[in-house]
Ligand binder design. Structure first.
Ligand SMILES: Cc1cc2nc3c(=O)[nH]c(=O)nc-3n(C[C@H](O)[C@H](O)[C@H](O)COP(=O)(O)OP(=O)(O)OC[C@H]3O[C@@H](n4cnc5c(N)ncnc54)[C@H](O)[C@@H]3O)c2cc1C
Length: 504
């Protein structure tokens, strides 16, 4: 191998939440770090075209919807005047603030940033074809980096349906976030979280929605009782919800994109339907196949995933992988936790710190949130999973119709549900649907990590009046101690919990 332009302890490929977190943690632990990113800003999908811009727009949509609700109780702001250019500029400013902050933090840590497309050229070398400008245009410059350890954090990209024509009216989530269109009729292909979040924004801005989903329900993964609450509230946004249905063809016409469907939701007589905008949200595919992994001996699956152990180590012991490229769930908070593990293991090995070198990804649960309105959030075992797998659970349910705060907010459609292991009494899962559910699910995840039981959670004083109280009350409901609900029908306390309260 020819002389390298740069040598480092750790090379990180990809500057998304996984990559920058790994690079920063490794630098904080005293290692020399190079971070390779093809785009001009750090933050990856999450900060640039994912979590953050979508939430900036969802916030605006939420305020508009809230203002509309207020009209029904005597406070009418009138119809909103929406200036899409200023709205887009606001979203871009939010993104720039965060990505600029990351660049500054990389400088503070002396992380060497290399802008370009990286590919392994050997087990300890990566070649970086330098890029410039707003995209990934190559400059012709090439740099070689020599590393002792590498962390692959190359992320994922939207799946594109092969039969979709190239047309600006057919977009993925990145195209949808660009707000280039003001559709009246919009089709969402794929009824998962990303599609439904973007659909919420566009519908509030004036689009009528159709959604087509191959499975038998929207928001797969979430308990159906939670999704039903969301669906009831959101029914007015949709003209058609086509379940167990496939999009089979699409044609660009002057009038719009004409789309054909097949399946149970595509009523036999229905002709192809024409849309002003089609959002493809049918999943994301990992970028593992595009990084020259074979030159380093790293095994990549046919679909582009890199298999790792609990220390985030690939089949090549000095090369690690984290984030979307190692598998589901493709979520930023999972990537960040994996990043810390990989960086700690590497620092432990290179600095001879045995404790750090033993770091492993041992989180019990990875919470999931749909930032729709209402939000749907869950962590750990779901009730539907428990039923399908024949796992017995004790359920504590608190309907928000009994929550003072939810009623005061005019949003009492939600519910909070906790699931406990009847044998140990410990919490194994929980789900929340309602406003701010995403902000509350962390408490459920903490309870699961701490092995809390219903008495621990119910006995924790939650401030009143808050939506968070619903978690304490759902726990109290399990052992019949919730006085904000009608009297319990049965009083048998769950095992472990009663033992704890009245030790023998
Ligand atoms: C619309 C949308 C909304 C989302 N909302 C949420 C949410 O609310 N919460 C949540 O947890 N998750 C959300 N996600 C998912 C989240 O964005 C991803 O899980 C997260 O970004 C994964 O982080 P990562 O570091 O693994 O990869 P990425 O963020 O994909 O980053 C990978 C980086 O590697 C770079 N890269 C790849 N290959 C190369 C190469 N060869 N050379 C140089 N650079 C390379 C890419 O340019 C990219 O910057 C959302 C995703 C989308 C699309």
């Amino acid at each position: 191998m020819s002389q390298a332009d740069l040598t480092c302890d750790v090379l990180v490929l990809g500057g998304g939440p996984g990559g920058y977190s790994a690079a920063f943690r490794a630098a904080d632990l005293g290692l020399s770090v190079a971070l390779v990113e093809r785009y001009g800003t750090l933050g990856g999908v999450c900060l640039n075209v994912g979590c953050i811009p979508s939430k900036a727009l969802l916030h605006v949509a939420g305020v508009i919807d809230e203002a509309r609700h207020l009209a029904a109780i005597g406070v009418d702001f009138g119809a909103p005047q929406i200036d899409r250019d200023r709205l887009r500029a606001h979203k871009d400013k939010v993104v720039a603030k965060l990505t600029g902050g990351l660049a500054a933090m990389a400088r503070m840590r002396k992380v060497a940033l290399l802008r370009g497309v990286g590919a392994f050229v050997g087990p300890n070398h990566m070649q970086v074809e330098e890029t410039a400008g707003p995209g990934q245009a190559k400059t012709g410059g090439v740099k070689t980096v020599q590393f002792q350890r590498a962390i692959i954090a190359a992320g994922s990209q939207s799946v594109r349906l092969p039969f979709m024509p190239q047309d600006p009216r057919i977009v993925d989530s990145t195209g949808a976030l660009a707000l280039a269109h003001a559709p009246k009729r919009m089709l969402i292909v794929g009824g998962g979280i990303i599609g439904l979040e973007m659909g919420t924004v566009y519908s509030t801005l004036g689009a009528r929605l159709d959604v087509v989903e191959m499975l038998d329900g929207l928001m797969p993964g979430a308990d159906r009782d939670l999704v039903r609450v969301w669906q009831k509230m959101n029914a007015p946004r949709f003209d058609r919800i086509m379940l167990k249905t496939k999009t089979v063809a699409a044609r660009a016409t002057d009038a719009g994109i004409e789309v054909s469907f097949e399946g149970e939701g595509a009523e036999a007589t229905v002709q192809p339907k024409t849309y002003d905008l089609v959002l493809q949200a049918v999943g994301r595919s990992p970028n593992g196949g595009r990084i020259g992994a074979q030159a380093a001996g790293v095994a990549v699956s046919e679909r582009g995933f890199i298999a790792v152990d609990t220390q985030m180590r690939s089949n090549v012991p000095h090369i690690f992988a984290i984030g979307d490229v190692v598998g589901q769930p493709m979520l930023a908070h999972k990537a960040v936790h994996e990043a810390h593990v990989a960086a700690e293991v590497i620092a432990g090995e290179l600095r001879g710190d045995e404790k750090l070198a033993r770091a492993a990804f041992d989180a019990r649960v990875i919470p999931a949130v749909a930032y729709t309105d209402p939000e749907v959030a869950w962590a750990g075992l779901t009730e539907d999973q428990a039923r399908a797998q024949g796992i017995a659970v004790e359920k504590g349910l608190f309907p928000w119709a009994a929550s003072g705060r939810a009623i005061a907010n005019g949003r009492d459609e939600g519910l909070t549900k906790l699931l406990f292991d009847p044998g140990t009494g410990r919490i194994v899962g929980g789900g929340i649907v309602g406003t701010h559910a995403g902000d509350m699910i962390g408490e459920v995840a903490l309870a699961i990590e701490m092995g809390a039981d219903a008495f621990d959670i119910g006995g924790t004083i939650h401030p009143h009046p808050t939506l968070g109280e619903s978690i304490g009350m759902a726990a109290e409901a399990v052992h019949g101690a919730c006085t904000d609900l009608p009297p319990p029908r049965r009083s048998a306390p769950i095992l472990g919990a009663s033992e704890k309260r009245n030790p023998p």
